[in-house]
Design a protein around this ligand. Structure first.
Ligand code: ADP
Length: 200
């Protein structure tokens, strides 16, 4: 299953609850960081392309500096993606190949709809919450409103995500409400998994 939602919608809260129930969660953001971690060929390739300005003093990737370079320059963004996307894809494939047969795998991928990959999943689950609520939850976590709004503006709209969804979790309520909704979705996943296994 692909799991997505706008920033602050509660994707991480949902994926943690699904993991607690036994799902194998593959975290796209984490893989994106790992392929350019210290000592990787990915990091060497990014530094070779973008130069020492995007390296931190300890030699690791200065992500904010790289972000500033590619945010304003689509061509630079394309060069970055040409390096990291194949690495992310092959690492994701490697994780999927290592999953137990018959298990439930959840790919937590913030930009699932934006990357047009919705067709590659048995199911797409979208987490939603009203924009103001997301902004206030993110502010509590220390992300300034302006920054959160800029991120939201660069992401797909709620309508676009909903159009791609097989299942929707409305996370506009309490964490207890979220627990109950995740329990329902988990039941649905087990049913669909059993049907798929039975169908061979
Ligand atoms: P995302 O991964 O989609 O960016 P998170 O799961 O990190 O969103 O949620 C954003 C913030 O809101 C986190 O601090 C999280 O703990 C909090 N949060 C998520 N769902 C709820 C909820 N139902 N009630 C209160 N806080 C919530």
């Amino acid at each position: 299953m692909g799991l997505t939602g706008g920033i602050g919608s509660g994707k991480s809260a949902v994926s943690a609850r699904l993991a607690a129930r036994g799902a194998a969660v593959i975290d796209a953001d984490r893989i994106a960081r790992e392929v350019v971690a210290a000592g990787t060929l990915g990091l060497a390739a990014v530094l070779a392309e973008f130069g020492p300005d995007v390296a931190a003093p300890d030699g690791s990737l200065d992500r904010p500096a790289l972000g500033r370079v590619v945010f304003a320059d689509p061509a630079a963004r394309g060069r970055l993606e040409a390096i990291v996307h194949p690495l992310i894809r092959s690492e994701t494939q490697r994780r999927i190949a290592g999953l137990a047969p018959g298990g439930i795998a959840v790919h937590d991928i913030p930009l699932l709809v934006e990357t047009g990959a919705t067709g590659t999943y048995d199911l797409v689950l979208v987490v939603e919450a009203p924009c103001e609520l997301r902004l206030s939850r993110l502010a509590e976590r220390g992300l300034p409103r302006e920054e959160a709004l800029a991120r939201m503006a660069s992401q797909a709209s709620d309508e676009q995500r909903r159009a791609a969804a097989d299942l929707v979790i409305d996370n506009g309520g309490s964490l207890d409400d979220l627990d109950s909704r995740v329990a329902e979705v988990w039941g649905e996943l087990l049913t669909r998994r059993d049907a798929k296994v039975a169908a061979g």
